[in-house]
Design a protein around this ligand. Structure first.
Ligand code: BGC
Length: 455
């Protein structure tokens, strides 16, 4: 039985608002080959010269595997009520299936226990892109069996941690890792094949539904969801081919996962393309009741027709007058507000914002401080937009900053810093930035974990 959260506006206003921070395994843990961990597709991908800026890897990253106590202490100082992290599948199942790796499992025991000791609720995401290499060798997400390997992995996690962890997300940003990994480039496994994309989309959806059932069966009082990256997809120009490209990209980016999972149907533009991989009963397996919608949001996309990849879609320029982050992403808080309102209408689930934040060219000054004013401006604008969406009725229950720490930013390696804590990669030293203090004050001012002012 789903423990769906109360969906009325009155229930929402009585529920304490949850402030949190998010990270992911490959981006922070390091210890890439330690204590029996198997390789993931990202370990492999990073070793292919030229894939990652400066040929960086996640081998050491923030060394969170060894420094998690210090990192949880930072969260306690910050005052967050929750921490969203991901489990590295190959750390606990080095070959992706079969024998579990006890030292890997024990690491997450220690992390979870420390969080609970410090009054921080663990939000566990099963998949933040680090697929075991051994499974990719068997076809990875393009192989239908991967959905069932994922469900078995979910069962292991549920049995091990379900006594202490109640909040589980199946996948982080399925559209991102499938689109970039299978057609657009820039992510593992680094394939350019549209048919493989369609298979992968369907198998990830199937894995989600299977895992939801497994988690529900094994974890008493489980509160389950999935994390989608939802961004408006706008045509970069009014040219009909760009309008068409933006609509197609919107179907893949915003619709290919949430629609079948919550509404029980693929978007019309994709249905025929995915149909060859759909077997009888699949849609019912995919469309399982979930308790909340996890939203990651950064900026709108401006798309154009482009023949440089198998999708025929690429990024066009955003309008000139829009400010950008150091990733080049447009800063448009109104789009965040509108996305929250739209999701509230469309999927009718409580929403938790599980990632929002910005990269900034941060530097440590001679007082050993990092004054990341542009990040504070960004976070102010986006949390104001969130308050506006709530005032207009969107049932938003929490907000998690991406990210606690500067970390391995995928294709950009360590060249982009998203943290509210600066990480000196040479020494591992952590320096809370000005934005950390800003967030701590916001949390305190909204009386532990409540958005009094905003509601
Ligand atoms: C991902 C994170 C990533 C962040 C910034 C999201 O797409 O979930 O892993 O670091 O955005 O790019």
């Amino acid at each position: 039985m789903s423990k769906r959260e109360p969906a009325t506006a009155a229930a929402a206003s009585a529920t304490p608002f949850l402030w949190g921070v998010s990270t992911s395994s490959y981006q922070i843990e390091g210890a890439a080959a330690e204590d029996g961990k198997g390789p993931s597709i990202w370990d492999t991908y990073c070793r292919q010269p030229g894939r990652i800026t400066d040929n960086d890897t996640g081998d050491v990253a923030c060394d969170h595997y060894h420094r998690y106590v210090e990192d949880v202490a930072l969260m306690k100082t910050l005052g967050v009520g929750a921490y969203r992290f991901s489990v590295s599948w190959p750390r606990v199942l080095p070959k992706g299936r079969g024998a579990a790796n006890e030292p890997g499992l024990a690491f997450y025991d220690r992390l979870i226990d420390k969080l609970l000791d410090d009054g921080i609720e663990p939000w566990l995401c099963l998949y933040h892109w680090d697929l075991p290499q051994a499974l990719d060798d068997l076809g990875g997400w393009a192989n239908r069996d991967c959905a069932f390997w994922f469900a078995d992995y979910a069962a292991l996690i549920a049995r091990r941690y379900g006594d202490r962890v109640k909040r589980f997300a199946t996948f982080n940003e399925s559209s991102v890792f499938t689109l970039f990994g299978f057609v657009m480039g820039g992510q593992a496994p680094g394939i350019a094949d549209r048919a493989m994309l369609h298979r992968a989309i369907h198998h990830v959806n199937l894995g989600h539904g299977e895992a939801i059932d497994v988690l529900r069966a094994h974890v008493r009082d489980a509160s389950l969801g999935i994390v989608h990256n939802m961004q408006p997809c706008r045509p970069a120009t009014p040219a009909p081919e760009d309008v068409k490209a933006a609509a197609l990209f919107d179907a893949y980016w915003n619709g290919a996962f949430a629609d079948p999972q919550i509404l029980g149907a693929y978007p019309a533009l994709l249905a025929d393309l995915i149909e060859p991989y759909v077997q009888a009963g699949d849609i019912a397996k995919i469309c399982r009741p979930i308790d909340w919608f996890g939203l990651n949001h950064y900026s709108p996309h401006y798309m154009k027709a482009w023949d440089g990849n198998p999708l025929g879609v690429g990024w066009g320029p955003a309008p000139d007058n829009i400010k950008r982050t150091s990733m080049g992403w447009p800063i448009e808080a109104d789009a965040f507000r509108d996305t929250l309102l739209l999701l509230h209408e469309r999927y009718k689930l409580p929403i938790y914002v599980l990632e929002n934040g910005t990269a900034n060219p941060d530097v440590v000054d001679d007082k050993d401080e990092v004054n990341d004013t542009p990040r504070i401006d960004f976070l102010k604008a986006y949390t104001d937009a969130l308050a506006e969406a709530r005032a207009k009725g969107a049932d938003v229950r929490g907000y998690f900053i991406w990210s606690l720490l500067d970390n391995f930013e995928w294709g950009s390696g360590y060249s982009q810093r998203f943290g509210i804590v600066y990480v000196d990669y040479a020494t591992g030293k952590r320096i809370p930035k000005a934005s950390f203090r800003w967030y701590a004050n916001l949390i305190k001012a909204t009386s532990p974990r409540r958005v009094a002012a905003a509601s």
